[in-house]
Design a binder for this molecule. Structure first.
Ligand code: TGC
Ligand code: FAD
Length: 398
């Protein structure tokens, strides 16, 4: 019988094409620090939290300490002052632990700190970024609405001008961290139909964030709604430096980039688990790894992982040079998440019955990846973005 592994994390990483030679000392140090932290803080507890559908909120502080919130944002604004590849490898290591843990970091860094940094006034930056960077405040990002998911342009959340403030009404759906968030970055239309971004605090009158229950995916991440009933938001809380959908979509570009790297972490963990299991588990007098069909699965997994690693790395180089286009990011997010999901399914098969249990991480990764395939733009939406980019024709609408 193969040794059970629940909570025991023997992951060492896989680098078939010597990609580490493309990483700097800083990247490797950041990766090791996050890997050590995941082994110590995440792996021993994640199956239990996932099993009971509870968010390990105590990890927010630790995520801040390892620099997982806004690794590529400037240090003076609460970020890590590193480059985009460092951000990528950090997301990869976190998602190797669990997609929900990576989500905590993606939302805080890319969807909350990034827009406050990029579009907020100096006053907003000073007020919120240090607290977000240190994990003292938890943030969430409200774009999706009950009737507008893939098509956020149609949103009906609205603000009405009322002198020094706006009155915000509407609701948001599927919002990661909303039930535990201190602040929300919210996108809503003004009376002219323009999309504005703003920071809304949980204590503002008329704000509520009920939890959404019953998820079979991303169970260690808390998800909720945001409901605004005549919430008064001071105009000083509205981002002065952006109007229109490109505001929230630029945040998504940042987060999707992190997911392109992150999903690889889940894929690597599934491959690593399946490879070890296949070498240890004996059937018909031989290890599973001795059968050609098992070798085919494992060989295809590492091939796809290697291709996805190259895609992520090249995207990182483009991002460092300010050249990564939204469509290039879409291609990598779509490809790498799908690759990870296919690998999770194949790895699950290699473990046979044990593959469906929480003794091993595979089924959890597989279930998580169903969400990752959908949020931050669905698999098909990203295909349509590529289609539009290469043909010049928008196939979203008739
Ligand atoms: P479209 O006319 O194409 O664009 C409007 C303006 O935005 C610009 N733009 C972008 N800018 C930066 N990054 C991007 N990715 C951008 N995509 C577009 C564009 O250039 C234009 O600028 P301008 O200056 O001309 O005004 O807009 P559209 O309404 O046709 O929409 C296009 C579409 C369908 C691709 C877009 O709506 C889309 O991406 N939909 C998917 C929605 C989505 O991804 N939602 C995610 C919600 S947040 C989330 O899931 C968080 S999960 C968090 C976690 O737990 O990790
Ligand atoms: P829909 O838009 O209704 O799409 C349903 C299906 O139709 C999909 O397969 C889609 O690809 C397809 N489809 C839609 N339009 C087209 C088209 N034009 N052509 C072809 N096919 C199409 N949102 C936030 O704002 N903040 C968050 O923090 C956040 N966290 C999330 C956490 C979780 C766990 C989940 C599940 C979602 C989260 N989301 C968040 C929302 C997420 O971004 C949306 O679920 C996603 O954008 C898809 O929207 P939808 O679910 O309404 O699906």
């Amino acid at each position: 019988m193969t040794s059970k592994t629940k909570g025991l994390d023997r992951y060492e990483g896989h680098d078939y094409y010597l990609m580490d030679e493309l990483l700097s000392e800083e990247h490797l140090l950041a990766r090791q620090a996050v890997r050590d932290w995941v082994k110590q803080e995440v792996s021993p507890i994640i199956e239990d939290y996932s099993n009971k559908a509870a968010c390990p909120q105590h990890l927010f502080k630790g995520l801040a300490e390892i620099g997982a919130f806004g690794p590529s944002l400037p240090r003076e604004y609460g970020g890590g002052g590193m480059d985009e590849i460092a951000y990528g490898v950090i997301m990869q290591e976190l998602e190797r632990g669990d997609s929900g843990i990576r989500s905590m970091a993606s939302v805080q860094g890319s969807l909350v700190m990034f827009p406050i940094y990029k579009f907020g006034s100096e006053e907003l930056r000073k007020k919120y970024l240090p607290k977000l960077g240190s994990g003292e405040f938890i943030g969430c990002f409200g774009l999706t609405e009950p009737d507008y998911g893939s098509n956020p342009a149609g949103m009906i959340s609205s603000v009405k001008d009322d002198g020094d403030s706006y009155i915000l009404n509407g609701s948001k759906m599927w919002i990661t961290n909303s039930p535990v968030a201190d602040i929300a970055v919210v996108w809503a239309k003004n009376e002219a139909g323009e999309i504005l971004g703003m920071v809304v605090e949980k204590d503002f009158k008329g704000y509520s964030a009920p939890e959404i229950h019953g998820k079979w995916s991303l169970r260690a991440s808390i998800t909720g709604e945001l409901v605004f009933e005549d919430v008064r938001v001071a105009k000083s809380n509205v981002f002065p430096n952006v109007k229109g959908l490109k505001g929230p979509l630029s945040c998504l570009s940042k987060a999707r980039y992190g997911i392109a790297w992150g999903a690889l972490g889940a894929a690597l963990d599934c491959y690593d688990t399946a490879l070890r299991y296949a070498k240890e588990r004996i059937q018909f007098g031989k290890p599973l790894a001795a059968f050609q069909l098992t070798q085919k699965k494992l060989a295809e997994m590492i091939t796809e992982i290697t291709k996805a690693q190259l895609l992520a790395w090249r995207l990182g180089v483009l991002a460092n040079n300010g050249k990564a286009s939204p469509a290039q990011i879409s291609m990598a997010k779509r490809n790498n998440v799908h690759t990870a999901l296919v690998i999770a399914r194949e790895a699950r098969q290699i473990l046979g019955g044990m593959g469906i249990t929480n003794e091993y991480p595979i089924m959890r990764h597989m279930m998580n990846l169903e969400t990752v395939l959908t949020y931050e733009g669905t698999h098909d939406i990203h295909l349509l973005i590529t289609g539009m980019d290469i043909t010049g024709i928008n196939a979203f609408e008739n």
